[in-house]
Design a protein. Structure first.
Lengths: 295, 357
């Protein structure tokens, strides 16, 4: 057994996993505030990446201006989606809300591609593709940057949930009705969570766009993002980060063992297996809240 | 006055539990059935084959999903995988020399067995988590299909379907294919219409509303969940096999990918959960409207003398398809079936309800 190779796989897996967390944080934010599974996060991520591209390449803005501007635009889009679509279905059975977000995902993907076309483009963040050597271990720089962004967002959200607005969001997550009765605007809180998730989608879109190019494959992250979110517990941001690392390592190391056995392409299988096992063994995930159902 | 409620008085349970309680409804159904029978002689064969036939088979498939999602209330995002199981096993059986009648049944039964595996997820979790598990199972099935040469012939291969034959008669004409699809769709429809009149249907509805409460009332929710999954998988398997045998002629893993699962679920939800007529509308809307809108866009842009990018045109149907789902859900979360029901109920008493006011 080659330990250097194995640790290289594990470290790079962990970094990739943190990129999944970046995506999953968006899912968790919305689920936390409104118990809505946001299957449109893949579409949002794609829109985020394309808006950054449109601002930086087509309009010629520098990246340091384009990314915050895209974040502002997406903040508005997130608010808009909640206001127009999700609010009207509040309190409906989960199957309809699920379908609504799936429809939104298809719509966002179709519209983005209809406007900007499907050819893969790169964001050009200016991160060099030169690998970084840590002793004998080879690490991709862009993954390192992405992992840093994910951790920074995690810390930012931890701090945010201690502010006044953040506490309101936590109250909404805890009990819809109770927060209503003490005068918290639940609608605005849920809208805010969508807006924040859309901003996270910009970050995820830019980093993933740099890693694999901006095209419709961005929306395929959904299964991995969902797996991370479920494994960590759908309402725990800390869970999303830790589960991301776990999934990344398991996927990277497991694929190395399984690929020769089954003839390649076992990554998706591992991700799906992790999702099924999590739901079967511990549906509320590692750090999620265990809901009690009453008849 | 489209409906006549006058003179319709149910004096006993038998008459009250008829499929069509209002004679006008029954007459309409018979009329539509006759149109369906006569369709090959009325509709040009291009439209018959490229619109009517997929519409009917997808409707049968959507009704099967409606059974498990609309009646039993179990979310299912892996329906296309179950269809694939049926399609592949039926075609392999037919290629092996089994007559098509039995090949279809073999396909349906294999689907039932595999589809019941999904039910074991349903016994542990429900709602969102069930949706995610079935989604993951769909990915597993896709993976198995593309990676096992024995089933699909490898990742980019497709499997040729042998000539369809029933009772020794080869079916090769468009009309023949249409009647096969029509017959299967009518069978499934009759089954679904009768379902709500049976104890099975009522038990499924009880499980949907609250499985714990159903269990307290003595409905074995474990048994009915598995039964719902097995029955719907049977319908899925036969529909998948017929889809390949009469429409695609080739089976390839991409025909049953996760996007197809989402599409069937969209058909069911846009049509209306638990609504038979709604499934017909839902399938028509999801299957046909995006293409029609694209045609419209092309005509309008040509009329205005605008040039639209080919790539843009290629993605417009997708955008329209997504938008349709969102819009219908926002207008009426219970779907087109509910909209139809509202109009029907209004016309039932029109114009006489005006006099009451």
């Amino acid at each position: 057994m080659d330990w250097v190779f194995l640790s290289e796989l594990a470290i790079n897996g962990a970094l990739t996993g943190l990129l999944y967390s970046l995506f999953a944080i968006g899912l968790v934010l919305i689920y936390k505030a409104s118990s809505v599974p946001n299957l449109a996060q893949g579409g949002l991520t794609m829109v985020g990446a394309y808006v950054v591209l449109a601002l930086s390449h087509d309009a010629g803005l520098p990246l340091w201006l384009a990314i915050p501007l895209a974040a502002v635009i997406m903040f508005g889009l997130g608010f808009g989606i909640e206001r127009v679509a999700l609010r009207r279905l509040a309190g409906r059975p989960v199957v309809m809300i699920l379908m609504l977000t799936l429809g939104l995902d298809i719509f966002l993907r179709g519209t983005t591609l209809a406007i900007w076309g499907g050819t893969s483009r790169s964001v050009d963040l200016g991160v060099s593709y030169e690998p970084l050597f840590l002793g004998d271990i080879f690490i991709s720089r862009i993954h390192l940057v992405g992992a840093g962004v994910a951790l920074a967002l995690f810390v930012a959200f931890m701090l945010f949930f201690r502010t006044r607005t953040g506490i309101k969001l936590r109250a909404i997550a805890d009990d819809y009705m109770a927060s209503w009765s003490v005068g918290i605007s639940v609608e605005r809180g849920v809208g805010l969570s969508w807006a924040l998730a859309s901003v996270v989608a910009v970050a995820a879109g830019v980093i993933w766009g740099e890693v694999q190019g901006v095209d419709q494959a961005l929306s395929l992250l959904l299964l991995k993002g969902l797996t991370v979110a479920v494994l960590g517990g759908l309402d725990s941001i800390l869970g999303a980060v830790i589960a991301g690392i776990i999934l990344g390592v398991v996927e990277n190391v497991g694929a190395d063992f399984l690929d020769p056995l089954v003839g390649g392409g076992s990554r998706e299988l591992i991700v799906a297996a992790v999702l099924i096992l999590t739901v079967m063994i511990r549906p509320h995930g590692l750090f999620g809240r265990h809901d009690i159902e009453r008849v | 006055m489209f409906y006549r409620l006058s003179g319709v008085h149910h004096a006993n349970y038998v008459s009250d539990s008829r499929i069509f309680k209002v004679p006008a409804d029954r007459n309409l159904a018979v009329f539509i059935f006759l149109i369906g029978l006569a369709a090959p002689f009325i509709i040009p064969s291009l439209y018959l084959n490229s619109y009517m036939l997929p519409w009917l088979i997808w409707t049968a498939a959507a009704l099967g999903l409606n059974l498990v999602t609309g009646w039993a209330g179990q979310l299912h995002l892996g329906y296309a995988a179950v269809m694939a199981v049926g399609a592949y096993s039926a075609i392999h059986a037919a290629r092996f020399g089994v007559p098509w009648e039995f090949a279809l049944i073999i396909g349906g039964l294999t689907s039932s067995v595999i589809g019941s595996l999904f039910a074991f997820a349903a016994l542990r979790v429900k709602g969102l988590y069930l949706a995610l598990t079935t989604l993951a199972m769909q990915f597993v099935m896709d993976w198995v299909l593309t990676h096992s040469p024995a089933i699909s012939g490898g990742s980019h291969a497709s499997l040729q379907s042998p000539t369809l034959a029933f009772l020794g008669q080869d079916i090769t004409s468009d009309t023949g294919f249409y009647y096969v699809a029509f017959g299967w769709c009518v069978l499934v429809t009759i089954f679904m219409l009768n379902l709500k009149r049976t104890g099975l249907g009522r038990a499924l509805v009880a499980v949907r509303e609250k499985d714990f409460a159903a269990a307290i009332l003595g409905v074995n929710s474990f048994y009915y969940k598995i039964l719902a999954f097995a029955t719907s998988s049977f319908i899925a398997g036969v529909s998948g096999a017929l889809l390949v045998a009469t429409f695609f002629f080739l089976a390839a893993p991409e025909q049953f990918s996760v996007t197809v699962s989402i599409q069937v679920l969209a058909m069911v939800i846009v049509g209306g959960l638990g609504s038979v007529i709604g499934s017909y509308f839902g399938v028509a809307l999801i299957l046909l409207v995006p293409g029609l809108v694209n045609g419209l866009v092309v005509t309008v842009s040509e009329g205005l003398g605008m040039q639209i990018n080919v790539e843009t045109l290629a993605h417009i149907p997708n955008a329209v398809y997504g938008a349709l789902i969102v819009i219908i859900l926002l207008i009426e979360p219970l779907g087109l079936g509910k909209l139809y029901g509202n109009i029907r109920d209004y016309l039932m008493v029109w114009p006489f309800d005006q006099f009451k006011k």
